[in-house]
Design a protein around this ligand. Structure first.
Ligand SMILES: Nc1ncnc2c1ncn2[C@@H]1O[C@H](COP(=O)(O)OP(=O)(O)O)[C@@H](O)[C@H]1O
Ligand SMILES: [Mg+2]
Length: 247
């Protein structure tokens, strides 16, 4: 398939993807088709393979088997930096800001190293990303001096600095107070409204359900539920995961 995905077509297609580390099978036969513009949530117990799935999607890790297509192109063997330039942005579960650099300089690093921009174009892109992440007011603050919500927003800004069509969020709401979480949810919802396709892994289900229109549950490397969020949360498969005490 070589066509370019448009509105309503799958922007991302994960087909029969498996990932193993030696004898450890982390993902087995994962199928996921995400239309352009959709906000998709992923829940599942610790160790289910959620972060690994994001890594296989954005190229931080390479799938052991199966294919990943983005915008109609097979990117299974494409390195992460090229996938970023093609329009994937990702936040990491453990943020990795450059603590000694300012917020602006961190976003600029995303625009240059991530998106391959230079000069004025990189500056403009970094500023746009800070605006989208509601971080312009602290642009000159050293990243190391930010409180937790600010560090979360900076991680978001760094991902947005690649001007992504697909934004991959890995537990960005963890550890926040309820009010902080609500303000981050408002920001993510506005990104969704702007048409950015979102895949969001989150344990804070309340935050997730305020944004996503589709929910997937991943358990021991396979998708055990996929559909309308409240139905998925009520499903037998997800109840079983909850009863296991792991979510
Ligand atoms: N680089 C790696 N090498 C070996 N095992 C890994 C590696 N990354 C993840 N794992 C293992 O894969 C499993 C799934 O991890 P992960 O994708 O982080 O799960 P989740 O994000 O759902 O908590 C865990 O058992 C973890 O220890
Ligand atoms: Mg994880």
């Amino acid at each position: 398939m070589t066509r370019t995905a448009g509105a309503g077509e799958a922007l991302l297609e994960v087909d029969s993807v498996a990932k193993s580390y030696g004898a450890l099978d982390v993902l087995t036969a994962v199928h996921l088709s995400v239309p352009a513009g959709q906000a998709l949530g992923i829940v599942g117990p610790n160790g289910a393979g959620k972060s690994t799935l994001l890594s296989v999607i954005n190229g931080t890790e390479r799938a052991t088997a199966g294919t990943v297509r983005f915008g109609g192109r097979d990117v299974t063997a494409t390195p992460a930096d090229a996938r970023a330039r093609a329009g994937m942005g990702r936040t990491f579960q453990v943020p990795r800001p450059f603590a000694h650099l300012t917020v602006f300089e961190n976003a600029l690093a995303g625009a240059t190293a991530g998106a391959g921009l230079r000069g004025r174009a990189a500056d403009d892109r970094a500023l746009a990303a800070l605006a989208m992440a509601d971080m312009l007011g602290v642009a000159n603050t050293p990243a190391g001096a930010l409180p937790l919500l600010g560090r979360k927003r900076l991680e978001l800004a760094r991902a947005l600095a690649t001007d992504p069509r697909l934004l991959l969020l890995d537990e960005i709401a963890g550890g926040l107070t309820e009010a902080e979480c609500d303000s981050l949810v408002a920001t993510i919802r506005s990104l969704h409204t702007q048409g950015i396709t979102i895949i969001w892994i989150e344990h804070v289900v309340r935050a997730l359900l305020a944004v996503v229109e589709r929910l997937v549950c991943l358990a021991t490397g396979v998708i055990v539920a996929d559909g309308e969020p409240s139905e998925v949360m009520r499903s037998d498969a997800v109840r079983a995961v909850y009863l296991g005490g792991a979510l």
